[in-house]
Design a protein around this ligand. Structure first.
Ligand code: AMP
Length: 380
């Protein structure tokens, strides 16, 4: 089955070819026709499955034939948990909107950035990608109206709930017209997600894409047993000795993330810390530079472990273990994607042993081990 069999508007087929999307991914084959038919949908899929294009392409197709609303009435609302995901989804809309017969304007809005430019730019927007809090602020100041929404997308709904957006989401749902299409994407199917599904979706098509297993097959995992005090030198040794040029390092606290980046920089390894206490611009710049290959090491908390698509990331290092085994898989899932093999290295202290066993058990994989304590770390 090719993209031309899915009912997409013809102009999109050229853009797909230009973007080197040769064949639809499994999620796209299943989801695109249902969305074009205006059905509600529950998509259980994580980043890397191709879920973004699976809703962007049919939404753009439908907008080509629907009545485009005017002024500050947007047609499509995509709710996302983080500003990074907001800009990423907006970019996919932009890429696929170029050259469409009926022009489509997409805008991303999120907190942490000043609201005035967002209010001004709202005129003529057809697709709004928004984090819940900022959207409410914009609605309250009459910068945007939600009464003409034809399609609502909740992207990474589980993450939105985890981040505590439930009340904001409910407030937004009340502002939407009764008759509309609802699309909900989530990496997991928890009780909370089921509840929101029942409330929101009408006879949804359910699509479940298991990407976890296949992704793990692409990832070369290795754990280093190491004492707490030798972690810093080992990290620097690994980056230098393996000549890693693009590596994402995870730690569990903001304090630690700052500390690691600072020490790497002091030791001549270009590194930037990014986390929720950084400004929106700083976060965006860090991610942009890292993606563009201009930044060698990006150190972060679990904020970036989901939802952020970094193509061909060769290395992930877990400087500290995440609390949940699921987060471990999400973290290492940043690498080894799109058929590109990647390496995930984890530093395991004696205190971590038990927790790391649980992670491996949940993941149903045994990770190869190396004794980091016997490596000569002199000079690192
Ligand atoms: P997503 O799960 O939406 O974050 O997409 C993961 C990555 O796959 C992104 O870099 C997309 O550009 C890429 N992608 C999505 N669909 C296709 C496709 N059919 N062919 C090639 N690349 C794709």
């Amino acid at each position: 089955m090719s993209f031309s069999d899915l009912g997409l508007t013809p102009a999109l087929l050229n853009i797909l070819t230009n973007q080197e999307y040769e064949n639809p991914y499994p999620i796209q084959k299943k989801v695109i026709p249902s969305i074009i038919e205006k059905q509600d949908l529950l998509g259980i899929a994580r980043t890397g499955s191709g879920k973004t294009a699976s809703f962007v392409l049919p939404i753009l197709t439908n907008l080509q034939t629907s009545e485009i609303s005017q002024n500050r009435h947007v047609n499509v609302l995509v709710l996302v948990p983080t500003r990074e995901l907001a800009t990423q989804v907006r970019d996919v809309f932009h890429i696929f909107s170029v050259g469409l017969p009926k022009p489509i304007k997409t805008m991303a809005v999120f907190g942490g950035a000043s609201i005035n430019p967002q209010m001004k730019a709202m005129r003529g927007v057809n697709v709004l990608v928004a984090t819940p809090g900022r959207l409410i602020e914009l609605v309250e100041s009459n910068a945007v109206h939600l009464s003409a929404i034809e399609t609502l997308v909740l992207d990474e709904a589980d993450k939105m709930l985890n981040l505590g957006f439930k009340d904001e989401m409910n407030a937004i749902f009340k502002l939407l017209p009764q008759k509309r299409q609802n699309l909900l994407f989530s990496a997991t199917l928890s009780e909370n997600i089921e509840a929101i599904t029942q409330f929101l979706l009408k006879n949804p098509v359910v699509v479940k894409i298991e990407t976890g297993e296949t992704n793990l097959d692409l990832i070369d995992q290795l754990a280093y047993d190491i004492s707490e005090e030798k972690k810093g030198p080992l990290l620097r040794y690994l980056i230098k000795s393996q000549d890693m040029q693009q590596v994402l390092v995870f730690a569990s606290s903001i304090f630690k993330v700052d500390n690691i980046a600072e020490k790497l920089t002091k030791n001549g390894i270009q590194a930037v810390a990014t986390h929720s206490k950084k400004s929106s611009k700083a976060r965006r710049d860090a991610l942009h530079n890292f993606k563009a290959g201009k930044l060698r090491v990006l150190v972060t908390t679990d904020l970036l472990s989901r939802g952020i698509d970094i193509e061909f990331l060769p290395y992930v290092i877990n400087y500290e273990l995440p609390r949940s085994p699921k987060d471990y898989v999400h973290r290492i899932g940043r690498t080894g994607r799109a058929e590109a093999p990647g390496k995930a290295l984890t530093l395991v202290t004696p205190q971590d042993q038990h927790h790391f066993k649980i992670i491996q058990k949940k993941m149903k994989r045994q990770v190869n081990r190396q004794d980091g304590n016997v490596i000569n770390l002199q000079g690192y």
